[in-house]
Design a protein around this ligand. Structure first.
Ligand code: ADP
Ligand code: MG
Length: 928
């Protein structure tokens, strides 16, 4: 289906396609004849398309003759002898043809003032210009096919509405009653130009391409653009000559087809050339009056006369116009008389008029710029913005260049010398030819049969003639023969009969012809009917297709609706889920919060408890430490006492009893209050035995390992001091501490108390093993030493027992000191099953640093027995401690003096590991 909208130039659809046919802008040059007063002609037409400018003599003289002669080429050049008719035929007639064919056209005249623009466009009496000629041709062509007034009605959006004959009639009547004085050509003032004055009837032209099955209507509008303001020249407002009001300016709008139009501009429906010209003249008069009143220069304004042609097809019967706005076609032809193109300086204008003139020049300048950019865009493929909006003239015609249409420009040239320099700027006009405008496309014609307008007419005439012929049959004369000699009747009858025969033959021929005509008509009708039928069938098919398509779409929409329903339900479900989950989440969050606060409270409580407990334990520890300290100090005190006693005994012995023993000075018992002063006091009080004495006396027994623990003077035991000196010989120490060690004993006296000595010395001599049969010889000792348990003894003679002597490799070699010799022993550095299986007893030598800084050797003894699984187990039964003390060395410097002890410390750690290993072996064997 092809619908056509009631609209003017259209093109958006075309704009996108590149294969649009384009025509260059037609630029014509018209040279007017020289005026009577002008003598020098500086324009020469050298061919039908070229002119040459000759510099006038005066100018040549000024510039020393170095002046170039300039040539310009145009689509066509019209010389001074060109008549208005010839120009019309070449330039305007094709545009009018296009207008009738629903195509838009734009024609403007360009040139300096006095170059003949107005002459070319409007003309003078007897020499009608392009405008009256175009109107004449248009009305000659559409004359009998025009619609009744007001059937077509302009809407306010540049389109044309269509209304019924009745509505149109009513509107006509209303209009007539309003216009009390009917306007007839005779009532017009004689001062106005009449169309009849412009063109002679012989010069009338008519288009042959008119579609008779359409109805036409012409609307004209006339606007003036002055100082970049648009004024409606056909406005009905009366011009107040006493107090002239400036006319209301109009604005430009764009319609739905991107065509620009003057909003609210008066469009007058005209039915004849005379009427159209009358309207034009009315506008022209108004323009003249306004220019005079407002002191304007008429040559500075552009005038735009628009002829709008609306056409709509007749209905199938050919009686009425099809009442369908979409079927209305509108095309327009704009005839523009541009303002003078001369530069401002030439006009000697001043003040506001100079400014106005500047604006006018500005608009022409914009026109030039637009043309230049358009050309550049088209030729170079650029996409520069064309500044149509910079002036009203270019903005109004924007879509002719951007869209489609036919554009023509007549450049008017006055060959007089004064205009030479103005004519020089003709380069623009020449360039404009290179601008191309999309050719308006042919509109497809509606799907209605041709010849509708004459459908009811053809049969009438031949029928009448036939009746006439029948009526014209001559009457038969009386044919009674009464007289045999009557020789008139028969010939008369014969003549009449012959006449009748001839008439009948004629009638027969006519009828034959009519029948033939009828036949042909019938056949054409048949074909038409056939055509229509096939079209109908096609349409039906289309309808059927569309129906199925509609059904399909309906089904689709139903399924979609169903889907939407489902989705909505799902969404609801999900939302419900979401809500419940949110609630759950909130509940859990609350619980979590509660738990958190509970935990925090708990933590605080625990912290309180911990600090309480800590405080309590700190106090407890302090208390215990103090108690231990006290205990230790007590012990020390006891030791000191014993030492003193011993010293006393020694001194007694050495003096041979000549001096009575000094009563022992009772040392002060330590108390808590004096704890901190104890070390100083203690370090001064203990006195060592004279070392030399000990060594001399005990040396011979040194190698003997089995002796009594009796601390008598004759006993062969080495003293602690001698042991230390031995140690020091083995591990040399620094001279300072040595001197201290050796220096002090000489000045010190020792008087150990006899009552305490045994216990103390016995412990100090731990390195020696007393044979279990030997009893202490000293009476004093015998009295005080408690009976020794046999389990603590190892007897050489016991014989039968076999020992595993476990001596870890980490043990420090102390030579003879604190090294018990066990007979019958298998010495191992790591316990193994083989050794264990051969023995009954097990002893582990364990060295460690005692609390007073001395080396302490522990003998951990146990019985070996077989396990059920066939392995060996050791059951620990006893621990024997061997400890050595140095009476002279300061207690707390021991680690400095004997660096080996630090090693011992480490060994004790590794020993613990041995224990661990042993236990492990036992455990495993047990389980097996
Ligand atoms: P414009 O409108 O360009 O200012 P006009 O059309 O008013 O110029 O022309 C000025 C004068 O020149 C008018 O009197 C007009 O009759 C005359 N004229 C212009 N062109 C021609 C022509 N081709 N033949 C005869 N007279 C002309
Ligand atoms: Mg003019």
């Amino acid at each position: 289906l092809c619908y056509r909208k009631g609209k003017t130039p259209r093109r958006p659809a075309l704009k996108k396609t590149n294969n649009v046919e384009k025509d260059p802008v037609g630029v014509y040059c018209r040279i007017r004849p020289l005026g009577a007063e002008d003598e020098e002609c500086c324009v020469e037409m050298i061919s039908s398309s070229t002119i040459q400018l000759h510099a006038p003599d005066g100018l040549k003289a000024n510039r020393n003759g170095e002046y170039k002669e300039t040539q310009y080429s145009f689509t066509k050049v019209f010389g001074i002898n060109t008549g208005q008719m010839e120009l019309f035929e070449d330039v305007a007639r094709p545009l009018v043809e296009d207008l009738i064919q629903c195509k838009n056209g734009l024609l403007f005249t360009y040139g300096v003032t006095g170059s003949g623009k107005t002459y070319t466009m409007t003309g003078s009496p007897g020499e009608g210009g392009l405008l009256p000629r175009s109107l004449d041709m248009l009305f000659n062509s559409i004359g009998p096919f025009q619609a009744k007034r007001f059937v077509f009605k302009p809407d306010d959006k540049n389109g044309i509405d269509i209304q019924s004959q009745v509505d149109a009639l009513l509107e006509r009547q209303k209009r007539d009653s309003q216009q009390s004085v009917p306007k007839t050509p005779s009532s017009r003032q004689k001062a106005d130009l009449e169309f009849a004055d412009m063109i002679t009837p012989e010069e009338s032209r008519k288009s042959k391409n008119i579609d008779e099955d359409c109805s036409y209507s012409v609307f004209v509008s006339y606007v003036e653009i002055y100082n970049n303001y648009i004024y409606d020249l056909l406005e009905d407002a009366q011009f107040d000559s006493v107090r002239p009001k400036p006319p209301q300016s109009r604005i430009l709008r764009e319609d739905q087809n991107h065509n620009m139009y003057v909003a609210g501009c008066t469009e007058v429906e005209v039915k004849s050339t005379e009427e159209a010209f009358e309207v034009f003249w009315k506008g022209q008069k108004k323009r003249r009056i306004a220019n005079t009143q407002l002191n304007r220069e008429s040559s500075r304004s552009h005038s735009v006369f628009t002829v709008k042609l609306a056409q709509a097809p007749l209905d199938a019967d050919g009686d009425y116009i099809l009442q369908d706005k979409n079927q209305v076609n509108v095309s327009q032809l704009c005839l523009v008389d541009l303002a003078g193109s001369e530069r401002t300086s030439r006009t000697r204008a001043e003040g506001s008029r100079l400014r106005e003139a500047g604006n006018i020049n500005q608009s022409l300048m914009t026109l030039r710029t637009c043309m230049e950019i358009l050309r550049e865009n088209q030729m170079c493929g650029t996409n520069k913005m064309v500044p149509y909006r910079d002036s009203k003239v270019t903005h109004l015609f924007k879509n002719y260049f951007d869209g489609e249409g036919k554009v023509k420009m007549i450049v008017c040239v006055n060959p007089k010398a004064d205009d030479y320099e103005e004519t020089l700027v003709m380069r623009f006009a020449e360039m404009t030819q290179e601008v191309e405008v999309a050719r308006p496309v042919d509109r497809p014609i509606y799907h209605l049969a041709a010849g509708r307008r004459h459908r009811n007419q053809p049969v009438g005439e031949p029928l009448c003639r036939r009746i006439m012929l029948i009526e014209s049959l001559p009457a038969l004369p009386p044919c009674e023969l009464v007289d045999p000699t009557d020789d008139q009747t028969l010939p008369r009858l014969i003549e009449v009969l012959e006449q009748r025969h001839r008439i009948r033959q004629m009638m027969t021929e006519q009828v034959k012809f009519m029948l033939q005509q009828f036949d042909s008509q019938m056949s054409s009708k048949d074909t038409f009917v056939h055509d229509q039928q096939s079209k109908l069938n096609e349409k039906e098919k289309v309808i059927l297709n569309q129906k199925t398509e509609i059904e399909r779409l309906e089904k689709k929409s139903k399924t979609l609706e169903y889907k939407i329903d489902i989705l909505q339900k799902t969404t609801e479900m999900y939302e419900q889920d979401k809500r419940s989950l949110q609630q759950e989440l909130e509940g859990q969050e609350q619980m979590l919060q509660k738990e958190l606060s509970e935990r925090r409270r708990m933590e605080q409580r625990m912290q309180g408890v911990v600090t309480d407990t800590k405080l309590k334990w700190e106090k407890e520890c302090e208390r215990r430490v103090n108690a231990k300290q006290l205990e230790m100090q007590n012990k020390l005190w006891v030791k000191d006492e014993k030492l003193k006693q011993l010293k006393a005994i020694v001194t007694e012995n050495s003096s041979g009893g000549s001096f009575p023993p000094e009563p022992p000075k009772k040392p002060e018992r330590p108390s808590r209050e004096r704890d901190h002063t104890m070390p100083q006091k203690r370090s001064a009080s203990p006195t060592a035995l004279p070392v030399s004495d000990f060594i001399l006396k005990n040396h011979h027994n040194h190698s003997d390992h089995y002796c009594t623990s009796t601390p008598s003077t004759s006993s062969p035991y080495p003293s602690v001091a001698s042991c230390i000196s031995e140690w020091e010989q083995k591990f040399p120490i620094d001279s300072g501490s040595q001197s201290r060690l050796h220096g002090t004993p000489q000045n010190q006296n020792r008087t150990p108390a006899p009552g305490y000595s045994t216990n103390s010395v016995d412990r100090r001599r731990g390195q020696r093993w007393a044979p279990d049969t030997e009893a202490p010889t000293n009476d004093l000792d015998r009295n005080t030493v408690p009976p020794v348990r046999p389990t603590h003894r190892r007897s050489r003679s016991a014989g039968g027992e076999k020992w595993v002597d476990h001596k870890p490799a980490s043990n420090l070699e102390l030579d003879t000191v604190m090294q018990p010799i066990i007979p019958n022993a298998i010495k191992v550095s790591t316990p193994n099953e083989k050794a264990l299986s051969k023995c009954h007893k097990y002893v582990l030598r364990h060295q460690e640093l005692a609390s007073d800084g001395e080396i302490e050797t522990k003998l951990i003894k146990g019985d070996v027995f077989k396990t059920r699984g066939g392995g060996q187990a050791v059951q620990f039964t006893d621990i024997e401690t061997l400890k050595q003390e140095c009476p002279t060395a300061p207690r707390y410097n021991i680690s400095l003096k004997y660096p080996g002890l630090i090693m011992l410390l480490r060994c004790s750690v590794s020993l613990q590991m041995y224990f661990g290993v042993l236990f492990m072996i036992n455990k495993i064997e047990d389980s097996i």
